[in-house]
Design a protein around this ligand. Structure first.
Ligand code: NAI
Length: 345
């Protein structure tokens, strides 16, 4: 029986993890708290920890996990910017779920875009109050508009296809563009200048942090719509707010926010929000915020639980070998183990 401390548990996590865990002889210790230096103690006696996007897995936490004999950090997400993979090397193995439903995220990005440009969020509230006026609800056609997609990976590719289905003109930027993809890659600055809509689908790294800043916004078309379903840190939220106030940015659709860690996933409706910037963004008529919800479909939850349980079993059954390991050994974090086909440490 492998014991797993399951941090930041939500009601929707449990059914699928209980089902797959039981079938594979895993015992989950479901904890509502997030993992950080104050809560790492709760992992004592466990073989592995299972974490999500807002758990803090820094060097101090990793050193404690190692001291407690925890041998595996199993991310139940694709992104791993919250884990210090370098600090974990040679101590604790790190695995993630590389793809659970890229469709869920790409479709959510399009849902946000359609909601925004056709003012569905406004219309919904109006008709519930029996207000059937159309004043102020004028949108615009997506057909024929230029959409700039940043990051053409699993999610970005699906978003591109969805956009093509709407008859949009797609341009893209990727740090590692793939040949023969049939995608029109352009430099990032050109994408900023030409796009009516910009959707972010690249990971958060030191390089991509605040790629949408004052300078980038300055280059964009007036009225540009910005969609972020990737990571909040890709956007400098203060610059975004200034762009909105200056009427430069036509709309923003945000599923992620740089300072979301202590806010998103919680019911704060009875509290005063201690984040002026987020409050101001939410108060804007042309900003839509969802709280890191893009992944949340039945299909994705099942895939997350199935792959996470398989990752954990694989690590303990195969002496630390798992195809979804994130390893720092050669610097190529995602591909290192896949290419070496042996234990990283
Ligand atoms: P992926 O790894 O398949 O694709 C990422 C793409 O970004 C790759 O083509 C890569 O070459 C490119 N890239 C890397 N650095 C870049 C840079 N500096 N500038 C431009 N492109 C760059 O990842 P996938 O599965 O498509 O996911 C993308 C992101 O979506 C994840 O990193 C994660 O942050 C986010 N995500 C958000 C979810 C949500 O619920 N909101 C759920 C799942 C993922």
């Amino acid at each position: 029986m492998i014991k797993v401390a399951f941090y930041d548990t939500r009601e929707y996590d449990r059914p699928s993890f209980e089902r797959y865990g039981e079938a594979h002889d895993l015992q989950f210790r479901f904890l509502e708290t997030k993992l950080n230096e104050d809560t790492v103690e709760l992992a004592r006696g466990c073989d592995a920890v299972c974490v999500f996007v807002n758990d803090t897995v820094n060097k101090a936490v990793i050193d404690k996990l190692y001291e407690y004999g925890v041998r595996l950090i199993a991310l139940r997400s694709a992104g791993y910017n919250n884990v210090d993979v370098k600090a974990a090397f040679e101590k604790v193995h790190v695995v993630h779920v590389p793809a659970y439903s890229p469709y869920a995220v790409a479709e959510h990005a399009m849902a946000l875009l359609l909601t925004s440009v056709r003012r569905i969020h406004k219309a919904y509230n109006r008709t519930r109050e029996f207000n059937f006026s159309l004043n102020g609800l004028t949108g615009f056609d997506l057909h024929g508009k230029a959409v700039g997609v940043v990051g053409i990976g699993k999610i970005g590719k699906i978003f591109v296809n969805i956009c093509k289905g709407f008859g949009m003109k797609v341009i893209a930027y990727d740090k590692y563009p793939s040949a023969d993809s049939g995608i029109d890659y352009v430099p990032l600055q050109e994408l900023f200048e030409r796009s009516d809509i910009i959707s972010l689908h690249c990971p958060l790294t030191d390089e991509s942090r605040h790629m949408i800043n004052e300078e980038a916004i300055g280059k964009m078309k007036k009225g540009v719509v910005i969609i972020n379903t990737s990571r909040g840190g890709l956007i400098n939220a203060e610059a975004l707010l200034e762009g909105i106030k200056a009427r430069k940015i036509g709309a923003a659709c945000l599923d992620v926010y740089e300072e979301e860690a202590d806010i998103f996933f919680e019911d704060r409706s009875g509290h005063i929000l201690n984040d002026e910037l987020l409050s101001r963004l939410i108060s804007m008529p042309n900003v839509i915020v969802t709280s890191h919800q893009a992944f949340l479909t039945e299909e994705a939850l099942n895939n997350i639980a199935e792959t996470t349980v398989r990752n954990i079993r694989s690590c303990f059954d195969n002496d630390g070998i798992c195809e979804n390991e994130l390893c720092y050994r050669c610097g190529n974090i995602e591909r290192c183990r896949a290419e070496r086909k042996e234990r990283c440490f």
